[in-house]
Design a binder for this molecule. Structure first.
Ligand code: P6P
Length: 336
């Protein structure tokens, strides 16, 4: 039996979206294609990292004060390289780079977008074969086209994002991205080297039974956060549970799972790190945009993540994200 199943590739999908918007210039589609290409190159190395001398540390320390793994550096170079030579991006910011990189040439200066990346989130898992991922965020620049991008193009609140997404390098390689029109997922088909639409119109379940938090920090959390975590532990069949605790230590994997199945992910501030660990611009904002477009919520414990006005490129924020119903229950404890 011939199965007539039209499987759209990422390019076919973005072109279809463009056809519905005659004013679209194709720059966003081109940007997503460039990001997808760089991710394919990263995917090849991630899949064989155990076989070639690309594991381990570079001996460098990044702006975060963290060891830069060879894969981190390789991934960063792929994204910077592809976008620098593309036609849709005026400049980038990256977890791996101290400052913004402005592609100061005539074509790039006339591009209307800038991008921010965590090129390889979950670096602590690189050498132990656990899922890792790339996170990206796309904004329209606010400085005049034709001039080099500037810091104010990057220090925009997350509610100004045009698109955001992630690629998860796991049991399969999935490219998920959101625009104002919704969230869609594409699985890489190695036989044709194309991302194919596998998760159309993703919606985050309103409720879930998975909570993700690092219990090792428990006694350094705020009392109200501890109260909510204990509520999660006490859930049973009569009050919406039982809940399961799942924490991979790779936010891309944890948030992706919760997005698909329902759940809540928390990286709260602690007594020693009140702002927590996760970065606002290229980790929390993109995921907040994606999960909100899928029907979920994301806050810093007090305000919507997407409404935070950034002041620094690498600033951190406490982070709570997930199913709307679970987030509202959490908010009830945090506001009590
Ligand atoms: P911890 C990975 O290094 C990361 O940035 C996120 O992907 C992950 O959720 C978090 O840190 C894990 O941090 O302190 O729980 O090991």
């Amino acid at each position: 039996m011939v199965v007539d199943r039209k499987i759209l590739t990422l390019d076919e999908f973005t072109i279809q979206q463009m056809r519905e918007y005659p004013l679209a210039t194709g720059e966003l589609a081109g940007l997503l294609r460039d990001i997808g290409l760089a991710a394919k190159r990263v995917n090849v190395e991630v899949n064989k990292a155990g076989l070639v001398d690309i594991l381990g540390d570079t001996g460098n320390i990044n702006v975060q004060g963290e060891e830069v793994k060879k894969m981190d550096e390789f991934a960063n170079n792929q994204f910077v390289g592809v976008l620098r030579h593309g036609i849709s991006c005026a400049g980038i910011a990256s977890e791996e780079l101290d400052d913004i990189v402005v592609f100061d040439d005539e074509v790039s200066n006339n591009s209307k977008y800038i991008c921010m990346f965590d090129p390889l989130d979950g670096s602590t898992n690189i050498d132990v074969n656990v899922s890792i991922g790339t996170i990206f965020s796309i904004y329209r620049r606010v400085t005049p086209k034709g001039t080099p991008a500037k810091h104010e193009d990057f220090l925009q609140p997350g509610n100004r994002q045009i698109a955001a997404g992630y690629i998860i390098y796991g049991s399969s390689t999935i490219f998920v991205y959101a625009t104002r029109r919704g969230v869609n997922g594409f699985t890489l088909d190695p036989s044709i080297g194309e991302y194919t639409l596998s998760h159309p119109d993703i919606k985050c379940p309103g409720q879930g039974q998975i909570y993700s938090v690092n219990h090792g920090h428990f006694f350094r959390y705020d009392d109200k956060v501890k109260d909510y975590i204990q509520v999660c532990q006490n859930k049973n069949i009569t009050n919406g549970g039982p809940y399961t605790q799942r924490y991979i230590g790779s936010m891309v994997a944890d948030v992706h799972r919760n997005l698909m199945k329902g759940g809540i992910f928390m990286y709260p501030g602690t007594t020693d790190r009140p702002k927590g660990k996760l970065r606002l611009l290229y980790e929390c904002n993109p995921f907040a945009f994606i999960v909100e477009k899928a029907g979920g919520k994301a806050t810093d414990g007090r305000q919507r993540i997407l409404d935070i006005q950034p002041t620094e490129l690498h600033e951190r924020t406490p982070f709570f994200i997930g199913s709307k119903g679970m987030m509202e229950e959490l908010e009830g404890y945090l506001e009590s």
